[in-house]
Design a protein around this ligand. Structure first.
Ligand SMILES: Nc1ncnc2c1ncn2[C@@H]1O[C@H](COP(=O)(O)OP(=O)(O)OP(=O)(O)O)[C@@H](O)[C@H]1O
Length: 244
């Protein structure tokens, strides 16, 4: 691991009218780290990912990727710089087959490939996420976990410097969850830098090096997973939340 963080979030804020969804949040992510971003419902986690990916512009504060400011850039420019994501509600392109969806990720992302090269990469990644043989399957007819796998393959197609997973494990049944966790674990062992927003605490415990905890838009804790999850303020924030 290098000392310089790949991502630096410095006093990020996002207001929606009178609501401060992200309030003065700062944290760093090191190269090769898998950071869990957790917190009760509505605490600002997805908004934080949206600020990093450029889907939303921060009201204040700065976000830098590899030491260069990205806050305020359009989402497609941030994607080119190497930030790639999956969405809380799966977003695949229904008019394309699985191969086409993954190729789209290669064409528009950080490491741009075209034609045969993109197609070969798409097939490697489809195999990688467990979709070998489904390259030409109609996407709309795919099961939920297969659509999630596809979204992950598309996100990986640009060889991102930073991968953002927004509740990628949500909605999976117990056996699918096991598969999903081992897939993320493999990415981690490959040295990918990942931020995962997740309510599945077992996954956070199994996978993450560190976690950042948000509550009501504010970062309330940060550190090693075991110590952070036993922090009394974190426990208090989760009390009464069904996902705790
Ligand atoms: N586009 C928006 N306009 C107005 N308010 C918004 C918008 N997006 C999010 N919010 C509000 O900001 C707060 C934080 O929402 P956010 O989705 O970031 O939370 P979260 O921690 O990701 O929640 P969950 O775990 O339920 O997905 C919530 O009060 C939400 O209603």
């Amino acid at each position: 691991m290098t000392a310089a963080p790949i991502l630096s979030v410095n006093r990020a804020q996002k207001k929606f009218g009178g609501l401060i969804a992200v309030n003065d949040v700062s944290f760093d992510v090191k190269q090769g780290e898998l950071l869990g971003l957790i917190g009760p419902n509505g605490s600002g986690k997805t908004t934080m990912l949206n600020l990093i990916s450029g889907a939303l512009k921060p009201t204040a504060g700065e976000i830098a990727l590899g030491g260069k400011a990205i806050s305020g850039l359009a989402a497609h420019h941030i994607a080119r710089r190497g930030v790639s994501r999956t969405f809380q509600l799966v977003r695949v392109l229904p008019s394309l087959d699985a191969e086409g969806n993954v190729m789209a990720g290669a064409v528009f992302g950080h490491r741009r490939l075209w034609g045969e090269e993109a197609r070969e990469l798409a097939h490697r990644l489809l195999e990688r996420v467990g979709l070998a043989g489904k390259a030409h399957a109609p996407v709309a007819a795919m099961t939920y976990i297969d659509q999630k796998r596809l979204e992950l393959a598309r996100a990986l197609a640009s060889d991102p410097r930073l991968l953002l997973l927004d509740e990628w494990l949500a909605g999976l049944n117990p056996s699918e969850l096991k598969i999903g966790i081992s897939l993320i674990d493999e990415l981690r062992h490959e040295g990918r830098t990942i931020i995962m927003v997740e309510h599945v605490m077992d996954a956070i415990r199994t996978l993450c090096d560190r976690c950042v905890v948000m509550s009501s838009g504010v970062k309330i804790a940060e550190g090693g997973v075991a110590e952070t999850l036993s922090d009394s303020e974190v426990i208090r924030a989760y009390l009464g939340d069904d996902d705790a």
